[in-house]
Design a protein around this ligand. Sequence first.
Ligand SMILES: Nc1ncnc2c1ncn2[C@@H]1O[C@H](COP(=O)(O)OP(=O)(O)OP(=O)(O)O)[C@@H](O)[C@H]1O
Ligand SMILES: O=C(O)c1ccc[n+]([C@@H]2O[C@H](COP(=O)([O-])O)[C@@H](O)[C@H]2O)c1
Length: 201
Amino acid sequence: MQIEPDSGRPRIGVMGGTFDPIHHGHLVAASEVAQSFQLDEVIFVPTGQPWQKRGVSPAEHRYLMTVIATASNPRFTVSRVDIDRGGPTYTIDTLRDIREERQDSDLFFITGADAVKQIFSWKDVDELWDLAHFVAVSRPGHAVSLRDLPERDVSWLEVPALAISSTDCRSRVNRGHPVWYLVPDGVVQYISKHDLYRSTS
Ligand SMILES: Nc1ncnc2c1ncn2[C@@H]1O[C@H](COP(=O)(O)OP(=O)(O)OP(=O)(O)O)[C@@H](O)[C@H]1O
Ligand SMILES: O=C(O)c1ccc[n+]([C@@H]2O[C@H](COP(=O)([O-])O)[C@@H](O)[C@H]2O)c1
């Protein structure tokens, strides 16, 4: 979807992710897109059941870690739409639900370089472009050439390179290594309190 620069409508970012756990790579990406695209708000949307991932932590843990991580930024909010809908999570449903809630807004769906390269495997991809403008951000280890990007309405944004992944955070906790400064302090404490990622499933 092409967004008119001066539409006067609220400009809302939608940052979808499994957030298992949420880390500073996610937060910096959202913050940079908010700045560059003059967004009024970024809604973080933890997935319910990410159908392309296995062995994901319970949604309530991922949701609460996302709430903790975003609490200090007044422009960041968290939505439960994907969790409360139930069933496998598809972005087509995420965007339809958010549009229903924010009917007068322009939506910007934020995705990392790795995820955007997979977008053709997503459900009803041809209909996604009518619901939001897509913004793909750079990510270390995931080079993207123009050929990888859909020939649709996708903007590209270089963001500070943070070589952090949720997979690595889980693995570090599992091996007894610290995740301080990779994830927000409150998330470190949440992981410890709930004994997450200690056993390999
Ligand atoms: N370090 C990062 N820099 C830029 N974008 C990122 C970064 N980490 C994740 N993203 C993007 O954030 C979104 C949500 O990512 P997700 O929750 O799957 O985290 P992840 O670190 O990729 O997780 P995992 O390692 O479990 O696959 C995706 O679009 C992903 O590309
Ligand atoms: O719509 C789909 O079929 C689809 C398939 C894979 C991923 N997504 C979305 O992409 C975002 C990042 O997902 P993930 O699995 O990399 O955390 C998140 O919002 C997912 O719902 C969406």
